[in-house]
Design a protein around this ligand. Sequence first.
Ligand code: DAH
Length: 340
Amino acid sequence: MEPADLSALQEQALEELDRARTLAELEAVRVKYLGRKGLLPAIMEKLGDLPPAERPIVGRSANAFKENFAQRLNVCREQLERNRGGVVPKRAWDPTLPGLWRGMGVRHPIAQIMEETIQIFDRLGFTIADGPDLETEWHNFDALNTPADHPSRDTQDTFWLTDTLLLRTQTSPVQIRVMESRPPPVRIIAPGRCYRRDTTDATHSANFHQIEGLYVDRNVSLADLKGDLTYFARALMGSEVKVRFRPHFFPFTEPSVEYDFSCHVCGGKGCRVCKNSGWIEISGAGMVDPKVFHNVGYDPEQWTGYAFGMGVERLAMIKFGIDDIRLLYDNDARFLEQFA
Ligand code: DAH
């Protein structure tokens, strides 16, 4: 018996296994090759007659034969058992086998920031409000006191779908929808998607997220705004974070401010992330402009309120130390699983 003969025999044996159509046929093939009087034991028996130099070679081939045969036998047996009258025999399923681990998903950093922000404002009595991504010009601009010639209305910034319908450029229209639908007092936050015709780079994306806040009641003041946003900053980033408010302009608030966090990467000393200023801009905010109250039918003599709109990507980037906004949209599992 030469090794070449053995491999031909193995070929033949495996083919016969494949051809077996019943478990009985399969068993017959097994007996023919591996049975006590089978072909393989016969070969093994004659191993001693071979010249000593050939013995280990043929012996190894015979063992490989045996292994391959046993493996194919198992596969064929399993297939036949599975197909037998459509009934799965009890032993075909082994509950002690380890399962297939496909990895645990994690919540996206944007979703984590939104949920955490919702929880923090929930503690201050804010409930969640919602509005459509496809907005009217009235809700996104007019009612928010944005003049007709304001640059943000330009087709450069806004995705217009028709003359009066657009993809909202901010979550602020949710303020209008809420105030149009219920009387004061109001205390809501509105997380959601926004769209602008921005060219994508490390800090810009045409599709991003904001969280809008609106608090209307009697005697709401700028001190409430500063106190609540400072509370939010510490709850989200830790008590070391400093906040500052800078005068600014928005059409729908008066006075308006911009609200910055001290840079958590350098602790305020100045670094690449904060462009050496020590501060990172988080949000626009201010006291609701009386014209906006007028537009929704609230009496500005009775009611005052503050509003803010924060960039969620910004918050995620500084909280998690992410230096490129595009990472948040690539959905690379190796990146995302770091936020478990
Ligand atoms: N909507 C503004 C923006 O996208 C942000 C903003 C500023 C929201 C002031 C507000 C606010 O509610 O009071 O730039």
